[in-house]
Design a protein around this ligand. Structure first.
Ligand code: ATP
Length: 338
């Protein structure tokens, strides 16, 4: 649905040249929800504006929804929907008229039917007499999406769709975006700087920083690639020698001298498991870094059982996308966006 190669854009300002996008290659399959994630100023909007024909690339080529970006911008525009970043109060006309005008502009034949269906789908029924200024933030974003979808585009671009919405409205909008794909097969390309949004909504994520794509994959792949999963064990008996009178457990890592009895036995039992990459002991806790935690967990339990190591608790934690960004760029996404 999208194939782009070496897409770049520089801006010339009074202060000099800004390389907003420095050569982006990307490929989006039909029916995918792809998230373009990065901090403020990373180049997300500039890339989106190029892919939607609003901005000419300085270099690179792309085919979008079957049409060449450089030679057939009109063809691209007919086949895509673009929902720009939120903001602005919108015109004072009733939203029903706004939707009707948009449908006329695109030459939609069955306008009334299309608008009724979209409004039912996006929970805008009963609001058609109101102007956009009289809508809540969530309703306004749903109207923006309805306007972008009125001509049934197979591909829709959403620029930061949930920025400024409260958590309930964000969750609600995610549902609508998912349904758009599940029920109509619409391909969705969205930008966001919310990690939870990319994680919850997207099949695949592209991470952009300083105008370049620095990582790409499903949310799970990205998290696994960077840090593995973390399993935390609480040992019933972590004291030296395992005896009831022993006192300090101490902090050890990597099998240091003075490791406690239970912890030493746990480490020995886990050493042979291929999925366990690292074990760090802190007091009575053992923190394991493992590949594919859901598969490793039963084996960890069996190995500890066989070695007679008693546990009081066992939990698995997944690395977050923020960990991914931190590992790749050396900065947290929040710091980078500040
Ligand atoms: N018209 C312009 N003229 C000069 N510089 C620009 C222009 N548009 C964008 N830039 C610069 O290009 C870089 C990328 O901007 P862009 O808006 O694409 O980032 P973004 O990732 O979408 O950020 P945000 O999350 O804040 O929307 C920034 O340094 C920005 O200041």
């Amino acid at each position: 649905m999208i194939e782009a190669s070496g897409l770049a854009r520089t801006f010339t300002t009074r202060r000099g040249t800004v390389e907003a996008v420095r050569g982006v290659d990307l490929s989006v399959a039909p029916g995918e929800i792809v998230g373009f994630l990065g901090p403020n100023g990373a180049g997300k909007t500039t890339t989106l504006r190029m892919l939607t024909t609003l901005l000419a690339p300085t270099a690179g080529t792309a085919t979008v929804a079957g049409h060449d970006l450089r030679t057939d911008a009109v063809g691209v525009r007919r086949r895509i929907g673009y929902v720009a970043q939120g903001g602005g109060a919108g015109p004072a006309v009733p939203i029903g008229e706004e939707l009707d005008l948009q449908a006329r502009l695109y030459g939609v034949g069955d306008r009334a039917e299309r608008i009724a269906k979209l409004c039912a789908r996006l929970e805008l029924e009963g609001l058609l007499d109101r102007p956009a200024q009289a809508l809540s933030g969530g309703q306004r974003r749903r109207l923006d999406i309805a306007l972008g979808l009125v001509h049934r585009p197979p591909l829709v671009f959403l620029d930061e769709p949930t920025t400024g919405l409260d958590p309930h409205s964000r969750g609600n909008l995610w549902e609508h975006i998912r349904r758009m794909r599940d029920e109509d097969g619409t391909t969705v390309f969205l930008t966001t700087h919310y990690l939870d949004e990319a994680d919850a909504l997207c099949d695949r994520i592209l991470i952009i920083d300083h105008g370049r794509i620095v990582a790409e994959g499903t949310p799970d792949e990205l998290k696994r690639r960077v840090s593995g999963d973390v399993v935390i064990l609480e040992l019933a008996d972590a004291r030296p020698g395992g005896g009831p009178d022993a006192d300090t457990a101490g902090e050890t890592g990597g099998g240091a001298a003075g490791e406690t009895g239970g912890a030493a036995r746990a480490r020995a039992a886990l050493a042979g498991l291929p999925q366990v990459r690292e074990a760090v002991v802190t007091g009575s806790s053992v923190r394991l870094t493992v590949d594919q935690g859901d598969r490793a967990l039963p084996q960890v339990v069996r190995a500890l059982d066989a070695a007679g190591v008693e546990m009081t608790a066992l939990r698995m934690a997944r690395p977050t996308l923020d960990d991914v960004f931190l590992t790749i760029t050396g900065r947290s996404l929040r710091e980078a966006a500040a």
